[in-house]
Design a protein around this ligand. Structure first.
Ligand code: BJ8
Length: 424
């Protein structure tokens, strides 16, 4: 990695602690990723991003700020990035995916809080992640209770805008979300000093849709057998798309998709034709959370799709590009975002419909329905997921886990038994 110490020091980072993180991450990445055989060439870009994870993109964001631009840190796929880019800002997903930050979060949060929240708070308070220190504003949301309360703590550190997410999907809820987008536009215009027009918002809608289309191509390739890319690699692509420049993200994903489509034509895969095909469904896996994918794939099965916010929920729905007025575009944004099926909604049966549809589209043999520890929403929903899948003879196992390595062997044993059952 190039030398970014001066940049990190200027951000006020705890360099000593950060050095510890910089030592463990390459080792973990090497063991999990670089040992894979026959990876697509297109993954070189993503490997490079990881090798410079706290360097290249943070430097770009700081340069943007130097030139008068603003950076917005986000925590949920409900935040409409389009608004930020339409005002010439940068939006970057911030969710913490490392155990390294959990203890920092536990200093201020109850221990029985989900690790994604603890890691996100810890990364900021411990000052060991540049992404959490750069933003001019955090944009958060009212999805789960843990997040809502955590925002009150983080708002003492950084200016924060909270988007109120409806918890149902009636017409009046979509209208309420439209009003939230209108408010958000006002906030972003104020912070950036730039007016959002129908033209700039229209361009930003296309920009983000293009990223989604590129990811759709990558995921479509995973429907093939043999599958041309591992689940671990596909997950990494999505994780990096959360904070990379959207035009570059689309270009890199399209390059990768070209290669995967060629691989399909050539019959080239990364797992044998008869490998067990697994869907992972549930809570998001923020970078560098690769634990479950690693367990499944090191046991010889292929993860072919993720029904999650670091999977299909992130890119499946596009925003209608046909509107030419701000009002029409805001409505189109509201309609698109309200199609996301998060367990914070009641009912959330459309998520179960999605799992069933994806199981068919990706020809999966079994589903691992997972949630981060202490996520009451997804954990409770797992009951209905299991019931619906069992009724359709779709094998499913529920797994609750965190970011630590403590349950690694226990999980491995459970997944192994599940795969054995699928192989019979
Ligand atoms: S739209 S899934 S990104 S909220 S895992 S923090 S729900 S206790 S992350 Fe999410 Fe938006 Fe929903 Fe997607 Fe809370 Fe559960 Fe933790 Fe979660």
């Amino acid at each position: 990695m190039a030398d970014y110490r001066e940049m990190w020091a200027n951000l006020g980072m705890d360099l000593e602690q950060h050095d510890v993180l910089c030592e463990v991450l390459p080792e973990a990445f090497g063991g999990i990723y670089l040992t894979q055989q026959n990876r697509p060439k297109g993954m070189d870009f993503y490997d490079f991003v990881v090798s410079e994870i706290h360097g290249v993109r943070p430097a770009e964001m700081l340069q943007h700020q130097k030139e008068g631009g603003k950076v917005f840190g986000t925590f949920c796929v409900y935040v409409p990035d389009e608004v930020v880019f339409a005002a010439g800002g940068i939006a970057a997903g911030l969710c913490g995916g490392s155990q390294f930050w959990v203890s920092g979060g536990e200093k201020v949060l109850p221990a029985n809080t989900c690790p994604l929240i603890k890691a996100s708070v810890g990364a900021r308070l411990d000052k060991t992640c540049p992404f959490f220190l750069i933003p001019d504003m955090y944009v958060a949301e009212t999805t789960c209770d843990g997040k809502k309360k955590a925002w009150e703590i983080l708002s003492r550190e950084v200016p924060m805008h909270i988007i109120d997410i409806p918890q149902m999907k009636r017409e009046r809820d979509i209208a309420a979300f439209e009003a939230e987008i209108r408010d958000f536009i006002g906030v972003v215009e104020k912070v950036t000093g730039n007016k959002i027009t129908a033209e700039s918002l229209g361009e930003a809608i296309k920009l983000i849709n293009n990223k989604r289309r590129a990811l759709q191509r990558v995921y479509n390739a995973r429907k093939a057998s043999p599958v041309p890319i591992s689940g671990k690699d596909a997950l990494l692509v999505t994780q990096i798309n959360f904070y990379d420049d959207p035009a570059r993200a689309a270009q890199m994903a399209n390059n990768l998709a070209d290669e995967l489509e060629q691989r399909i034509n050539d019959g080239t895969g990364v797992f044998p034709n008869n490998a067990v095909r697994i869907m992972i469904s549930g809570t998001p896996m923020a970078i560098p959370n690769w634990k479950l994918h690693h367990i499944v794939e090191s046991l010889g099965a292929a993860v072919v799709v993720e029904e999650s916010c670091t999977g299909t929920r992130y890119f499946e729905n596009l925003v209608d590009e046909s509107a030419t007025t701000l009002e029409g575009q805001i409505r189109a944004l509201a309609e698109r975002y309200m199609k996301t099926n998060c367990a914070c909604f009641t009912p959330n049966s459309a998520r179960i419909d999605d799992i069933i549809r994806l199981a068919d589209e990706y020809k999966v043999d079994g589903i691992i329905d997972t949630n981060l520890q202490f996520c009451n929403l997804y954990s409770t929903e797992s009951y209905l997921v299991k019931q619906a899948l069992t009724e359709r003879n779709l094998p499913v196992i529920h797994i609750e886990t965190d970011y630590s390595e403590q349950d690694f062997e226990q999980l491995r044993t459970r997944v192994e038994a599940f795969l054995e059952m699928l192989r019979k």
